[in-house]
Design a protein around this ligand. Structure first.
Ligand SMILES: [Zn+2]
Length: 469
């Protein structure tokens, strides 16, 4: 039985796990989900071990067919998108009276699906890549120094899967070569040696990928790429492939306007369900490895903001440059703030920005600091809008206890004489992205902590992820 596009859309909308709507969920949330009776309707749930900090790691098993699959997610704690999709799949396979019964039975009779969601719960707790021991688990397949990595290896030896799915997130700056399109999903059949040879094991992984790629084109046309295929002898995917298990890497990337990656999560759901169907029916065998080779590799030429043809003056010399800005996320508890920095200055013709603006005829204007000290209550969106229009990028407030607190205003808020005010007056590589753009007569745009603001537009209700310095 085949699932066409509309079936997949319907399945996702019926079974998307509503408890997982934000990326920074933790182990406690998935514990709650796994504790529900409904999850074990058609799955056997086994605790396979504990993380260094004693968080339980589970394996869920569906079906009893002869072909065995092992999937794991979030071995990097800050890469949660596929974990969301796995819970959507658990809901799907537990569902009923929806027209998918035949499909479920087919999968259950042909395949045994083993899932390990959130393999690195300690990393997820901190929203960090590495384990609690600060080891990158995906560089630990050979040494297996981490208890979590050793668990995965043990499961592979126990289950002896025919196929493995290694589920990750890649950063937001990968694009389809020669285009500004962010890569939504990248795929890889990891190489088991430096020569990138293709044996039957790897070829079958490639064939499954060709099927996934074809299906994803219906959902995200022109936004699927291949991940770098250099052999990494410490990586799990590379080792699984070497152990004779056809292994598929799925990297969740980015879509414009999808900061919580809910669209990408849907793509994971679609990709995996389609892969299960093709493996169950052996339809994947009809795909040609040549079509795998045709999938373009990730390029990495995106920035959050690219400003083109900005005039800057230094030492009385005027230059015309492009400026790239990136925002990085800093975790605070279950929330985060961003730090916008100048990523590059120069000729960026071959690069792209999520915000991409030509400002020819305009110049860099340093952001000023508002000298009056305000109370935190006095800061409001209308005041911020007024200050921005006058070229102020920073305001001072009183109250030492407020330092480090999150705020949603598109302006720098500092206490006392924090150096950020001075840093914001210059354009420096690696420095804070705070400045104005305009002419002698008019301020036209502002960049505040990496956020792009059009001063002719009203400030939106957008929540700017900033902190008080
Ligand atoms: Zn990863």
């Amino acid at each position: 039985m085949k699932l066409v596009k509309n079936d997949l859309i319907k399945a996702f909308s019926l079974y998307e796990e509503k408890a997982l709507k934000h990326r920074r969920f933790k182990h406690a949330t998935i514990l709650q989900l796994l504790d529900c009776e409904k999850i074990s309707r058609r799955f056997s749930v086994t605790e396979i071990g504990k993380s260094v900090e004693d968080r339980s790691i589970f394996r869920l098993t569906y079906g009893n067919g002869p072909t065995k699959l092992l999937l794991w997610s979030q071995m990097h704690g800050d890469e949660p998108t596929a974990t969301m999709a796995l819970f959507d799949l658990f809901n799907f396979f537990n569902g009923e009276a929806d027209g998918f019964a035949e499909f479920r039975q087919e999968i259950a009779s042909k395949l045994t699906l083993h899932f390990i969601p959130m393999l690195n719960p300690d990393g997820a707790e901190r929203y960090q890549r590495r384990t609690a021991m600060d080891v990158d688990m995906n560089r630990d397949a050979r040494a297996t120094a981490t208890v979590e990595g050793a668990l995965l290896k043990e499961q592979a030896a126990l289950i002896k899967p025919d196929f493995a799915f290694n589920l990750h997130n890649q950063n937001n700056y990968y694009n389809i070569p020669g285009t500004p399109t962010p890569v939504a999903i990248s795929l890889l059949a990891p190489a088991y040696d430096y020569a990138r040879n293709i044996n039957l094991v790897r070829a079958n992984a490639m064939r499954v990928i060709v099927g996934i790629h074809e299906k994803l084109q219906e959902f995200i046309p022109g936004a699927v790429a291949k991940y770098d295929d250099e052999h990494t002898p410490r990586g799990f995917g590379d080792n699984f492939q070497q152990w004779g298990i056809s292994t598929i890497l799925i990297e969740s990337g980015a879509c414009v306007g999808d900061s919580e990656k809910l669209e990408i999560r849907k793509c994971n759901f679609v990709a995996l369900l389609h892969a299960f169907a093709e493996i169950a029916s052996t339809a994947y065998l009809a795909h040609d490895v040549v079509d795998y080779e045709r999938i373009p590799f990730n390029d990495e030429k995106l920035h959050d903001v690219v400003i083109r043809n900005l005039s800057i003056v230094k030492n009385e010399k005027t230059m015309l440059v492009d400026v790239a800005v990136r925002q990085s996320e800093k975790t605070v508890g279950s929330d985060y703030y961003v730090e916008g920095v100048i990523e590059d200055i120069g000729d960026l013709q071959d690069f792209y920005g999520y915000q991409d603006v030509d400002v020819k005829g305009m110049q860099f204007i340093p952001a000023k600091s508002y000298t009056d000290q305000l109370s935190v209550e006095e800061v409001s969106l209308p005041l911020v809008a007024t200050l921005l229009k006058k070229g102020f990028g920073t305001v001072r407030i009183a109250g030492e206890a407020l330092r480090g607190q999150r705020h949603d205003y598109p302006i720098n808020i500092i206490l006392g004489n924090h150096p950020r005010a001075a840093e914001s007056a210059i354009l420096a590589l690696g420095g804070a992205a705070n400045f104005f753009i305009g002419t002698e007569q008019e301020l036209r745009y502002a960049v505040i902590n990496g956020y792009w603001l059009d001063l002719k537009e009203q400030l939106s209700g957008q929540k700017y992820k900033n902190i008080i310095y």
